[in-house]
Design a protein around this ligand. Structure first.
Ligand code: C2O
Length: 550
């Protein structure tokens, strides 16, 4: 294994999409950001220099950060942000992981333009557990706003209302030909006939889960969130914000210059109008096609049919097909006995409009809020990990996060009217190596919605999921403890629940939140504090000298 050095200059860049130019925050002037390339076992050292007016921090989404919690990146959780003119070196080793992950800014909505892939190849002498691909391609989904996204989120917070929808979804930064004035902004994937391509799919969109399909082609899914799965065929990928998938695309044995459209559009059970329900289109071009296809020749092609916007059953079935390899080379380490059980109710709700303010939230006199077990997590003004490490936690956080909701009710039936939540910066404390089972229960307060939950610092096993209310007697016996899917982000089903298990073997403070950005802004987030173990290799290492100050 080697050490790989990167320098990320965070700087502004003018980018034109759909005939409007705006100044965006980028890594080294690139949009999407450049790849971080490493092999399993490598150390990665990335110097991030902040050359913009905003505070910056970068999260390496899905990297385990064993003992290196200082490099995880969420602002005010593991570090204070990097201020203008300052720099910070993120330094971590990639242990026991290979596949596709990604990085993104983890402060306010800056990740709208600051994101890029992390590509982790197998160790030098190791191969993929599937056919060696002819070529590897990264496909990142995103969202583009013509407006400044910081203004979009600030306005939403101020009025208590939902944010303005993005103007387009994007594939590798391109809105595709179907938008007004976007004819030359189509992502094109050039392929040769009869070859196997490995697509590294990443959903970097802020607020939308997506379906993805290529006309007349199918995929073999081989990985979720940098963990291999038993391969299965599908023609439509479901991918939530934060999630990654590696899929094999076998190209047809057909003449060159054949062309097919690829398309992505959202999965959502939210009220229509509250999200962008348009379709982003890209192009799969068989090689030999040297003439660049014109816009009209693209729009004459058939858009592949995607599942209905609210296809909850499709999503549940898709998720149920995911199984870890669970073989001797890639064993499953799902905890079989559980020391701590948690039941977290996650969902949207409302708060009363503060006096002296006019709110345009769900009932005009309320503002949106979101909570885990009735707690809407308040961001501290100093980093939780520092407060913990230096034992200066008084006034920063409390450790009384409730294990179960304060008032149990029928979560997915007709929920009670009282949806008021309380604010707090509350943590759950776990002793080192505790085995944890967590049931995340969705609610239908303000309508049932899928919440893709992401846990920092860990992979977890998805041992069960279901619709309706979780039943603690009849559901656990059906859990899959043999080959459950291993990942870092899982959708809490719309009007349902999901059960995950993990072993708390990584000391630090670890954020957990819905990866739909507006939901995290409304408070759908919390944090775990995992204590050190007895042995030196079970302890959080001291902070680096250049750790930013608040
Ligand atoms: Cu990809 Cu806390 O996020």
């Amino acid at each position: 294994s080697v050490t790989r050095h990167y320098k990320f200059n965070i700087r502004l860049k003018n980018v034109t999409r759909m005939c409007a130019t705006k100044t965006i925050i980028t890594v080294n002037g690139k949009f999407p950001g450049p790849p971080v390339l490493a092999r399993e076992g490598d150390r990665v050292v990335i110097k991030v220099v902040n050359l913009v007016a905003n505070n910056i921090s970068i999260h390496w989404h899905g990297i385990r950060q064993l003992q290196s919690g200082w490099a995880d990146g969420p602002a005010y959780i593991t570090q204070c942000p990097i201020q203008t003119g300052q720099s910070y070196v993120y330094n971590y080793t990639i242990t026991g992981q290979r596949g596709t992950l990604w990085y993104h800014a983890h402060i306010s909505w800056i990740r709208a333009t600051l994101y890029g892939p992390i590509i982790i190849l197998p160790k030098q002498n190791e191969s993929y557990p599937f056919v060696k691909p002819y070529k590897e391609v990264t496909v990142m989904f995103g969202e583009w706003w013509k407006a400044d996204t910081e203004a979009v989120i600030n306005q939403a917070i101020q009025t208590g209302a939902g944010p303005n929808n993005s103007d387009s979804y994007t594939i590798n930064g391109f809105p595709g030909p179907s938008k007004n004035c976007s004819s030359n902004e189509t992502y094109r994937l050039k392929v040769k006939p009869g070859k196997t391509y490995l697509l590294r799919l990443i959903n970097a969109a802020l607020n939308d889960e997506l379906f993805f399909k290529i006309a007349n082609h199918t995929f073999t899914v081989v990985d979720t969130d940098a963990s291999y799965v038993k391969p299965f065929e599908t023609d439509t990928i479901y991918i939530a914000p934060g999630q990654t998938n590696m899929v094999l695309l076998k190209t047809k044995n057909i003449s060159s210059n054949a062309k097919f459209l690829m398309a992505a559009r959202p999965y959502s059970t939210a009220a229509s109008g509250t999200f962008d329900n348009t379709t982003v289109i890209g192009l799969l071009e068989y090689d030999g096609n040297n003439i660049t296809s014109t816009n009209s020749s693209i729009t004459n092609l058939a858009v592949p049919p995607l599942p209905p916007i609210n296809a909850t059953t499709y999503v549940a079935n898709w998720t149920n097909q995911l199984h870890s390899l669970a073989n001797s080379r890639f064993p499953v380490n799902v905890p079989q006995t559980i020391q701590r059980r948690f039941f977290f109710v996650v969902g949207l709700g409302t708060n009363p409009c503060p006096k002296n303010q006019t709110c345009q939230g769900p009932t005009n006199t309320t503002k949106f809020a979101a909570s885990v077990n009735n707690i809407s997590f308040q961001m501290p003004t100093t980093a939780l990990l520092q407060a913990h490490y230096y034992q200066r936690w008084k006034g920063v956080y409390t450790t009384d996060f409730p294990n179960t909701p304060l008032v149990p009710f029928n979560y997915t039936g007709t929920p009670p009217n009282n949806t008021v939540v309380t604010n707090g910066t509350k943590l759950v404390v776990l002793q080192f190596n505790t085995t944890v089972e967590l049931v995340l229960q969705g609610t239908s307060i303000l309508g049932a919605e899928n919440h893709p939950f992401h846990l920092h610092g860990y992979n977890f096993y998805v041992v069960g999921q279901g619709s309706g209310n979780f039943n603690s007697t009849t559901d656990p016996p059906k859990f899959n403890l043999v080959d459950p899917d291993e990942r870092n982000t899982i959708g809490v089903p719309s009007g349902g629940w999901v059960a995950i298990r993990f072993r708390a073997d990584n000391p630090g403070v670890w954020f957990m939140h819905c990866h739909i950005e507006i939901h995290i802004s409304w408070g759908l987030r919390m944090a775990w504090l995992v204590m050190d173990g007895q042995l030196p290799n079970q302890r959080l290492l001291p902070p680096p000298a250049d750790l930013p100050k608040c």
